[in-house]
Design a protein around this ligand. Structure first.
Ligand code: FES
Ligand SMILES: [Fe+2]
Length: 410
């Protein structure tokens, strides 16, 4: 195993120690863009339900590279870099929309829904000025295209033609987790985005860390969305790039007492002034109340009760990333179900009753480690040699993430 990542030395490579420099180094960030976000991996970019009709598009990111996700006139989904082939300007400046052509505002080069160049002003020097040589080849000046794969309408892209198939990259039980949530046609309910002043990997760790869930999130323990003594599950691919964990809802909405919570990490005496917040109804018949599927490197797919969402991690700098939430329900939801989902959106997002603390925890770390690069995070909760499938509460999935990361960055 490597002992170094872009100049950062690992004291041990089993994931139990993480040098804080890994979250602050610009060199590490640059290497991540090359090895991870432009490497032989698949990056989540959008849901097909966001671009249902020909001409629909949305802008997204692969790492820190802006891309356009487009439904072309032929119905196919295309992903291309949002950077003009002429002089490099951002071509599509809207977050989403429908268009027959993507026109760069600077000199009006124009591209179709596949990213191919379709027109160039003053291409022939007929008016006495400008013009391109007769052998100017429009086909050679399209937008840079990525490879695209979709699983049940969840769209992934990669720069690397050598990436394995999406199915081989994800493996079971990650495929099962996607298939479960996207088993019915989905309907997008809305978006939220937030800027978190911390390293993107701190957030990835957070989504694989059941240790904190009932401790940091008083809401979870108090109102029963997640309690440490509830029966849980955890799965992963063989390389352990990804993690699929969650809880069964046996204690769903039972009031918090020492008995139901199992310890006293709930907020005694708290109740909801609007109890209908928790009055959802099961979407599935598997009794899973909460499922957090963390797909390396860039997305978390979640079910928290009736709140269904993707969370797209968009790194901007070593100490800065955007978290982009896409909320969805099902096309055949009735009005009452949609209303319940929209109410439960209060649980998550930037100011969510649960998720707000995760962004804050990331920033609490980033703020404290800036001058402590050689010191390490300590990850031995678990215990270290526990069977990850048996012990779904420990830091095992976080350690596994770091081992995978060291390999891909080597
Ligand atoms: S930079 Fe886009 S047309 Fe010139
Ligand atoms: Fe959390």
């Amino acid at each position: 195993m490597p002992q170094q990542t872009a100049g950062v030395a690992w004291p041990v490579t089993d994931g139990t120690r993480v040098p804080f420099e890994i979250y602050t180094s610009q060199d590490v960030f640059e290497r991540e863009q090359e090895r991870i976000f432009r490497g032989p991996l698949w990056n989540y970019v959008a849901l097909e339900a966001e671009i249902p009709a020909p001409g629909d598009f949305k802008t997204s990111f692969v790492g820190d590279t802006p891309v356009v996700v487009s439904r072309a006139q032929d119905g196919g989904v295309h992903v291309f870099v949002n950077r003009c082939a002429h002089r490099g300007a951002t071509v599509q400046r809207h977050a989403s929309g429908n268009t027959k052509e993507h026109r760069c505002v600077y000199h009006q080069w124009c591209y179709d829904g596949r990213g191919d160049l379709i027109s160039v002003p003053y291409r022939r020097a007929t008016t006495g000025f400008g013009g391109y040589a007769p052998d100017f080849d429009m086909k050679a000046h399209g937008l840079r295209k990525l490879h695209v794969a979709s699983r049940k309408g969840v769209v992934f892209a990669t720069f690397d033609p050598g990436a394995p198939s999406l199915e081989d990259f994800l493996e079971e039980p990650l495929l099962d987790a996607i298939d479960r949530l996207f088993s019915r046609e989905v309907k997008v309910l809305g978006h939220m985005r937030q800027r978190i002043h911390g390293n993107w990997k701190l957030y990835v760790e957070n989504t694989r860390d059941p240790y904190h869930a009932a401790l940091l999130h008083g809401f979870h323990a108090t109102f029963g969305t997640y309690r440490s003594n509830q029966k849980g599950f955890r799965g992963h691919d063989r390389a352990r790039a990804h993690s699929a964990g969650g809880k069964y809802g046996d204690d769903f909405a039972r009031p918090a007492t020492t008995e139901t919570v199992g310890d006293d990490n709930y907020i005694a005496g708290y109740s909801l002034s609007d109890p209908s917040l928790m009055a959802g109804r099961p979407d599935f018949n598997d009794n899973i109340n909460l499922a957090i599927t963390s797909i390396f490197p860039s997305v978390v797919v979640q079910q928290i009760m009736n709140t269904l969402a993707t969370r797209h991690i968009r790194p901007k700098a070593p100490d800065d990333f955007e978290l982009y939430w896409t909320y969805f329900g099902y096309a055949d939801d009735d009005e009452e179900t949609t209303a319940a989902r929209l109410k439960q959106v209060n649980l998550v997002g930037p100011a969510g009753l649960i998720s707000m603390e995760d962004g804050e925890a990331v920033e609490l770390i980033q703020r404290a480690i800036v001058r402590e690069g050689k010191d390490c995070a300590f990850l031995e909760f678990g215990p270290v040699n526990a069977d990850p499938e048996q012990d779904s509460h420990g830091e095992d999935a976080v350690r596994a993430f770091w081992r995978y990361y060291q390999g891909i960055m080597a």
